[in-house]
Design a protein around this ligand. Structure first.
Ligand SMILES: CC(C)(COP(=O)(O)OP(=O)(O)OC[C@H]1O[C@@H](n2cnc3c(N)ncnc32)[C@H](O)[C@@H]1OP(=O)(O)O)[C@@H](O)C(=O)NCCC(=O)NCCS
Length: 377
């Protein structure tokens, strides 16, 4: 899979959770509050809290880059927020640079001083985020969150936005039923919740939240919210069952049944079925270099695995794991490494149960017919 970033600006007006020391834990961009193109509110007001903006700009940046990053992702005071919202609403009316959907202005979302989050020193801040080019690496926590939202809102596809360096810009966060907090605050939050007559659920301690807590795209079915990270791109007609998993900057481009693992960067074409417990190798750990894609109308069988890209109309037998270096026997008896077949269409990969060889056979026809009733989401 080749990388083709788009060189477009992007903008967002989001609601951040910020710690007492100014660290940004998350930013939420509802539909309508983000889009490609120039920001409709570029001139709206100055940063209200330089400490937050400096922390949000991420560690290890030189002062000039940090200042530019802070300016591009600034917290707004109420006056500046109102101006930004008014400008964005006007731009919506003019149809310029905005995604579809009504703008959420957050002005009626206030932190109660008695809320557990407030007592932990957490506060909600409105953030204006502007990205000059999605082809350039992100420079702040809010910038990364905007890119993840652009993916999950299906405004960009996987690989269209540069996400280099994102792990260093994201905080490790405890995602709880009472909202996000720092991991070291969980015990205190649990106690505050019990005093308020509630039990705290901790969904995970991770750099990425669950997608559906931030973006719930129409036309998809997700059986277990824990299995899809923010930044996943799920096309309408996608069903992710309990065994399925979809990482950030990865996902589906059309109707798909996902019962296996779609690792970071992996893209799956229309009509492809990722079978129960199957694995599509990623590149984040374990040394894999090639970013894998599966074409249209493929079937990755149950408990199968694939370490090369598939073209269209391919089948991998249930339980058959094909790594890039696997040696495969062709119908004419030649033996080739699987990576030499990467991206080809109409192939069947099978482990011959008589002689134990991994074999590849040509397939005719149009591949797997998905059950239409399962995808009427
Ligand atoms: C690989 C696969 C597609 C083959 O299915 P198929 O095309 O219907 O083929 P068949 O099972 O009818 O087998 C055709 C022939 O090959 C033989 N065969 C099948 N798998 C074989 C293997 N691994 N080794 C040797 N022979 C095999 C069959 O015995 C049969 O032999 P025959 O012609 O003498 O009767 C199927 O076994 C498979 O793995 N499907 C994946 C299903 C799945 O996992 N779905 C997702 C659910 S979550």
């Amino acid at each position: 899979m080749t990388t083709a970033y788009i060189d477009s600006p992007a903008w967002g007006l989001g609601l951040a959770t910020v710690t007492a020391s100014g660290q940004v834990l998350d930013v939420w961009f509802p539909a309508g509050n983000l889009g490609l193109g120039a920001a409709p509110f570029a001139s709206a007001g100055a940063a209200a809290d330089p400490a937050v903006d400096a922390a949000n700009a991420g560690p290890g940046l030189d002062p000039a880059t940090a200042a530019a990053a802070a300016a591009a992702a600034a917290t707004l005071d109420p006056g500046a927020t109102a101006a930004a919202v008014a400008a964005a609403v006007a731009a919506h009316g003019a149809g310029a640079g905005a995604d579809t959907g009504a703008l959420v202005d957050f002005s009626d979302i206030a932190d109660s001083p008695d809320s557990p989050g407030s007592r932990l020193g957490l506060s909600g801040r409105v953030m204006r985020v502007e990205i000059q080019s999605l082809g350039a690496a992100p420079t702040s926590t809010a910038d990364v969150y905007l890119r993840l939202h652009l993916l999950s809102h299906r405004i960009v596809r996987p690989h269209q936005a540069n996400l280099d360096g994102q792990f260093g810009l994201l905080a490790n966060v405890a995602w709880t039923s009472a909202g996000p907090c720092l991991p070291e605050q969980v015990d205190e939050l649990r106690t505050l919740e019990r005093r308020a007559g509630r039990r705290l659920n901790v969904f995970g301690v991770d750099k990425f939240p669950r997608m559906v807590d931030y973006v719930t795209p129409p036309g998809v079915r997700i059986a277990d919210a824990d299995r899809v990270r923010l930044g996943a791109h799920l096309a309408p007609g996608t069903t992710v069952m309990h065994e399925g998993f979809v990482n950030f900057n990865a996902g589906t481009l059309g109707t798909s049944m996902v019962e296996g693992r779609i690792s970071a960067g992996v893209v799956v074409g229309d009509g492809t079925d990722v079978g129960g417990g199957s694995s599509i190798m990623g590149t984040l750990s374990g040394g894999g270099k090639e970013t894998i894609s599966l074409g249209e109308r493929c079937l990755l069988g149950a408990n199968a695995g694939i370490g090369i890209s598939l073209g269209d109309d391919c089948v991998v037998e249930a339980g058959c794991y094909v790594t890039a270096g696997s040696k495969l026997t062709l119908p004419d008896g030649r033996v080739v490494k699987a990576r030499e077949l990467s991206g080809l269409s109409n192939l069947l990969f099978i482990r011959n149960s008589v002689n134990g060889r991994l074999e590849v056979r040509e397939r005719q026809g149009r591949g797997i017919e998905l059950n239409a009733a399962l995808h009427a989401n």
